[in-house]
Design a protein around this ligand. Structure first.
Ligand code: GN1
Ligand code: MG
Length: 365
């Protein structure tokens, strides 16, 4: 897109300062993100995003959720007397002439938030920062436990494993891109584990597992750290919605404890890092332990397997469908991601007894 068109979009929002530069930012697989630089040193810079409304069809609901979540967190931080609040929660900017947090240009939906200064995202964590991340995601859930509004489900059945399997089975039936034969063995591996992996849905139906407000996209790179490795805040709030807590716990480990990136083609490099698992689990239990039920805690090792499994199924579905969901950089990209997540799952499976023992030990302390 032309700079002048982007500048025109930015000019619809009540930002401060004079825009000098707009350039691509980040590595998200769904939305398009840009950094907006302003000339004045005493004015903030901004982040501009084009919302993928094929994936988030109800932009009004999406924006409403995000305002409710950020306002609630801001109020909590103020009450606690926290300093530096503008770096600890995202601030979205309304339109100039309407009390609305997104702009529709006739084709796409756009939004703007304040760029958090002197903060970084990471693609990988060490045990110290993953302890901090565990604590931060537990706190995030704790802070949102008493949010007074009902948040909408921005993507229906987002982390519902039964639904994801149904999507895979439909893709297999239709075989739209003619790629099924080459990946049949992966489909079989997924099917072998299907029953076991749908446990959360079953426990939910039996009334044994509550839904709580979760982030639902706790990839490592959806968290901002300051210059001293302290967690500042959680970003990418599109999928904040009621879900089983397994989502936040499992999805962080899927990325944080993977010894390689999720699209690393060399599978020898892909393993589940138990040091990261232990540190993250300790941090998470420190802040979330007080509200988790025994069923939730006991099943944390299951959650660590569920998310590589679910992501494997989702990447594979997209590959079979001919790459219609995730952004790809080359034709086999979704297949590489699928194999990577499957290798990670196998590594998690090998470590399951050790993980169970560790969680039990943490809870007995
Ligand atoms: C997507 O938007 P991004 O890149 O942070 C996806 C997640 C996947 C992830 C895999 C709305 O997250 O669910 O786990 O890619 N978000 C959506 O990398 O589908
Ligand atoms: Mg992201």
């Amino acid at each position: 897109m032309e700079l002048s068109a982007l500048k025109d979009i930015v000019s619809r929002f009540a930002i401060r300062g004079t825009v000098t530069e707009i350039s691509p930012l980040g590595a998200g697989l769904i939305n398009d993100t840009f950094r907006v630089i302003t000339a004045e040193t005493d004015q903030p810079n901004y982040v501009l995003q084009r919302i993928n409304h094929h994936i988030f069809p109800d932009v009004e609901m999406l924006a409403g959720n995000i305002q409710a979540v950020t306002n609630h967190i801001r109020a909590k931080l103020e009450k606690k007397g926290e300093s530096d609040i503008d770096r600890k929660v995202l601030t979205f900017v309304p339109l100039k002439d309407e009390d609305k947090y997104f702009y529709f240009d006739g084709e796409s939906y756009w939004r703007i938030m304040v760029f958090i200064p002197n903060a970084i995202t990471k693609q990988a964590v060490n045990p110290e920062s993953s302890y901090a991340a565990g604590e931060a995601f537990g706190n995030f859930q704790a802070m949102l436990a008493d949010i007074p509004v009902q948040l909408g489900e921005t993507i229906k059945d987002f982390h519902n494993m039964e639904f994801r399997l149904q999507q895979l089975r439909e893709a297999v039936q239709e075989n739209k891109a003619g790629r099924l034969a080459e990946v049949q063995y992966l489909v079989d591996e997924i099917e072998k584990r299907a029953d076991e992996m749908c446990k959360a849905e079953r426990l939910g139906r039996e009334g044994k597992l509550p839904k709580r407000i979760c982030h639902c996209d706790t990839k490592v790179n959806n968290m901002m750290f300051d210059e001293n490795d302290n967690v500042l805040c959680v970003i990418d709030l599109d999928t904040v919605m009621p879900n089983f807590i397994f989502s936040d716990y499992g999805d962080f480990l899927r990325t944080g404890a993977n010894t390689a990136e999720e699209d690393e083609p060399d599978l020898d490099k892909v393993n589940f890092n138990m040091e990261i698992f232990k540190a993250f689990t300790k941090g998470y239990l420190k802040s979330a332990g007080c509200f988790l039920t025994p069923t939730e805690t006991e099943n944390l090792p299951y959650a660590a397997a569920l998310f590589p499994y679910m992501q494997c199924a989702r990447f594979l579905t997209d590959y079979i469908n001919g790459d219609t969901y995730y952004k790809i950089k080359y034709p086999e990209h979704n297949l590489v991601r699928t194999k990577n997540q499957f290798k990670l799952l196998q590594s998690v499976e090998e470590h399951t007894p050790e993980m169970k023992a560790f969680v039990a030990e943490c809870c007995n302390k």
